[in-house]
Design a protein around this ligand. Structure first.
Ligand SMILES: *[C@@H]1O[C@H](CO)[C@@H](O)[C@H](O)[C@H]1NC(C)=O
Ligand SMILES: *[C@@H]1O[C@H](CO)[C@@H](O)[C@H](O)[C@H]1NC(C)=O
Ligand SMILES: [Ca+2]
Length: 421
């Protein structure tokens, strides 16, 4: 979730001094754990960026200031005030003319811009509008209407979720619903509006590296993949590292508590990406996302695929052991391995907690399992993360295949990387 990361990263810069101070206060004479060299380096760099970050925060404060609500505007009583980044605009209400600071009533009867049928009714001007008054003796034929209701017709273009169509004399306007505010004529939630501004500002910070993230009120260095490089189809945009897992090691075995508990594992390895150090970060159970980047490194080749899935955390999709399906297709899963990939032809059960009926057969916490029989009782092949079962109990990330797979028997142990955005 780029937006969340953005917010968290930016707030971490701001909160950093406050947190350090708070630690000095609450530690009651107990020395804080000294930082290691790498952490020191990251902090030094953030200190160097502090001036820039303060500038960004000032900008955010200014852009969030709503002069229309604070009354710091000079719009005419007959004008709409619209908050904009750094300023506001005044627009005369329909039926009035002027620059928004000064608005004067339009005499529609004189300008001829009215809908009265002048043969049977008389146009009478009033403030902001006009009305059609039927001439005596023409009551039956007098259908002159001062107003069409565009909101009742399909002619308006107001967004149904964020705005309400308000009929005005001679026209209509899209008023933002409660909880939404306007940014360049579109209604956004106040939060989303801020995020749009943050996102714009964040384009300046795009280096792929560890940032201090505020996870569960703690600042921890987490690798952030900001720019498209090395991760192929996943691209950039602020991927948050969740896990690095070595298929040769037993750490991320399907039956390991790693997938079900909320304990980190070797968090200091969370500052780098495509290496061979395993890690599980608190982002596993606390970072919400809308998509998952899965990458595998075999020899020196890195392959990746994306799962579009919204969740509060990866933990929430996996820890309860319930199967949750995805629909990438077996060919997409095979891309993680490359040309060597091999799966049996049937079953092809993919997603989270993918497994057959028999617990001893192929299974994957994130991945696909396949079978030679046309059912999912006893799969003997898999591609994924947190794997185990048949034919090998000790391959925990990569590709295993036996019993008539489509590209030969395999036991490919990969280095796996899981990031969310
Ligand atoms: C690997 O991990 C699983 C689950 O934690 C455990 O059941 C199994 O005995 C382990 N295997 C080895 C060889 O350590
Ligand atoms: C993994 O298990 C297979 C047998 O299931 C064994 O031949 C192989 O040596 C094991 N590898 C490791 C690294 O333990
Ligand atoms: Ca008028």
């Amino acid at each position: 979730m780029a937006d969340m990361t953005t917010l968290i990263v930016i707030s971490s810069f701001i909160m950093f001094p406050a947190v350090m101070m708070a630690q000095e206060v609450v530690n009651h004479g107990v020395c804080p754990v000294p930082m290691n060299k790498e952490e020191e380096e990251i902090i030094k760099e953030q200190e160097r960026n502090r001036e820039q970050m303060e500038e960004i925060m000032k900008e955010i404060e200014i852009s969030c200031l709503d002069e229309c609500q604070t009354g710091q505007h000079n719009c005419h009583d007959d004008a709409y005030c619209t908050n904009t980044k750094r300023s506001f605009t005044c627009t005369c209400k329909p039926g009035y003319t002027g620059d928004g600071v000064n608005c004067a009533d339009i005499n529609e009867c004189e300008t001829g811009n009215h809908l009265c049928d002048i043969y049977v009714s008389k146009c009478i001007n009033n403030k902001g509008s006009y009305k059609c008054v039927c001439k005596s003796g023409y009551k039956d034929m007098c259908t002159g209407r001062a107003d069409r209701n565009e909101c009742e017709t399909v002619k308006h273009n107001c967004n149904a979720i964020s705005s309400l169509c308000r009929n005005t004399k001679g026209s209509f306007r899209c008023a933002c619903r409660k909880g939404y505010s306007e940014l360049t004529l579109v209604c956004y939630t106040a939060c989303l509006k801020n995020i749009l501004v943050y996102k714009y500002l964040f384009t300046r910070m795009r280096e792929n590296k560890a940032y201090f993230l505020n996870v569960e009120s703690k600042l921890i260095p987490v690798y952030c993949h900001m720019e498209a490089a090395e991760l192929g189809p996943c691209g950039g945009g602020g991927w948050t590292l969740v896990m690095k897992t070595d298929g040769k090691k037993n750490t991320s075995h399907y039956d390991s508590k790693l997938w079900t508990d909320k304990k980190d594992h070797n968090p200091s390895a969370g500052k780098t990406l495509l290496d061979h150090q395993e890690t599980k970060l608190p982002t596993y159970w606390s970072t919400p996302f809308t998509k998952i980047c899965l990458a595998m490194k075999i020899d020196h080749q890195v392959n990746s695929i994306v799962i579009n899935k919204q969740a509060n955390s990866l933990h929430s999709l996996i820890a309860d052991g319930n199967y949750r399906s995805t629909s990438l297709g077996r060919d997409t899963w095979k891309k993680l391995i490359g040309r060597q990939a091999s799966l049996q032809r049937n079953c092809n059960k993919e997603g989270f907690n993918s497994r057959g009926l028999h617990p001893s057969r192929s299974k994957a916490r994130i991945g696909i399992v396949s079978n030679e029989q046309n059912e999912c009782n006893s799969p003997d092949s898999t591609i994924g993360f947190g794997t185990s079962g048949y034919p090998y109990k000790n391959n925990t990330c990569g590709n295993m295949a036996d019993y008539q797979p489509d590209n030969g028997n395999k036991n490919i142990e990969a280095m796996g990387y899981i990031l969310v955005q």
